[in-house]
Design a protein around this ligand. Structure first.
Ligand code: NAP
Length: 233
C-alpha cells in the first residue's frame, strides 16, 4: 500500500512499539490515530509525533466504536489497523488466577478481535484494507511462567489465520508480526522504558518491519514475520 495520505489506527500508540510505528508512519505521510488509556501520556505522544490522540481502551467496545468513528471523522476513513495494544503477566501455572487470564485475554484477544471486526466491516465494504496483528514469539512457543501471556498470543495467531481465510477474498491483508524481546516499558510496573542495549531489539526494528510489510503493493502480503535480536546473549 502507499503510505502517503493513507489512514491508519495504531492501538496502544502512546509508548514503545506502537509509538515508534506511528511516528514512522507519520514521517511517511500517513494520517494516524493513536490510542491508549492514559490520556496525559497519549496526548504528549501524539503532539510529539504528529498523530491524532483518541483515549480508548480496546477492552471496551464503546471505546472501539469511538476509535472507528474518529477515523471516519478525523482521517476521512480507514485503510489500515495496527492491532498493537497488549499487556502481559508472568506467573507459573500454580499461581495464575482466573482473573489473570481474564485481564490479559480482555485486551490481547477479545479487544484485538473487537476492534479488528469494526475495521474489517469498513475494509470489506471498500474492498481493501490491512490489519497488522502484533503478536510475539510467545505466539510460537510456550515457556516457563508464560501460560497466560503465551496463550493469549497463540489465540491471536489463530485469529490471524481465521481472518486471513475469511477476508482475503475481499482484498484484506492480515499480517502478523512476532517480536522477540524489545526494550520497551512492557511489563514494567512504573511504565518507564527499559534502557536501550546494543544487542537487544528496539521498537525501531519492529516499526521498520511493520512499515516494510505494509509498503508492499496490495497485490501481495507477508502473512507472518518474526523478528529476533541477532545476538542477545
Ligand atoms: N516489548 C516486548 O518485548 C514485546 C515482545 C513481543 C511482543 N510485544 C507486543 O507488542 C505490543 C506492544 O508492546 P510494547 O512493548 O510496545 O508495550 P508498552 O511499551 O507497554 O506499550 C503498550 C501500549 O499499549 C497501550 N495499552 C495497553 N493496554 C491498552 C488497552 N487496553 N487499550 C488501549 N491501549 C492499551 C499502552 O498505553 P496505556 O497503558 O496508557 O493504555 C501503551 O501505549 C504488545 O501487544 C506486546 O504484547 C512486545
Amino acid at each position: 500500500m502507499k503510505l502517503e495520505n493513507s489512514r491508519i489506527i495504531v492501538t496502544g500508540g502512546s509508548l514503545g512499539i506502537g509509538k515508534e510505528t506511528a511516528k514512522s508512519l507519520v514521517e511517511k505521510g500517513a494520517k494516524v490515530i493513536i490510542t491508549g488509556r492514559d490520556a496525559g501520556r497519549l496526548e504528549q505522544a501524539a503532539s510529539e509525533i504528529g498523530a491524532f490522540p483518541v483515549v480508548a481502551d480496546v477492552s471496551d467496545d464503546d471505546d472501539n466504536d469511538k476509535t472507528i468513528e474518529q477515523a471516519k471523522t478525523q482521517l476521512g476513513g480507514l485503510d489500515c489497523l495496527v492491532n498493537n495494544a497488549g499487556i502481559g503477566v508472568t506467573k507459573p501455572l500454580l499461581e495464575a488466577s482466573r482473573e489473570d487470564f481474564r485481564k490479559i485475554f480482555e485486551v490481547n484477544v477479545y479487544g484485538a478481535a473487537m476492534i479488528a471486526q469494526r475495521a474489517a466491516k469498513i475494509f470489506v465494504e471498500q474492498n481493501h484494507g490491512t490489519i497488522v496483528n502484533i503478536a510475539s514469539t510467545a505466539a510460537l512457543k510456550g515457556y516457563e511462567n508464560g501460560s497466560v501471556y503465551s496463550a493469549s498470543k497463540f489465540a491471536l495467531r489463530s485469529m490471524s489465520e481465521c481472518w486471513r481465510a475469511e477476508l482475503r477474498k475481499h482484498n484484506v491483508r492480515i499480517i502478523q508480526v512476532n517480536p522477540s524481546l524489545v526494550t520497551t516499558a512492557f511489563g514494567q510496573t512504573d511504565r518507564t522504558e527499559r534502557p536501550e542495549q546494543e544487542n537487544k531489539l528496539r521498537s525501531k526494528e519492529i516499526a521498520h518491519t511493520i512499515i516494510s510489510a505494509l509498503e508492499m503493493d496490495d497485490r501481495g502480503f507477508i502473512p507472518e514475520v518474526t523478528v529476533h535480536a541477532t545476538n542477545p546473549w
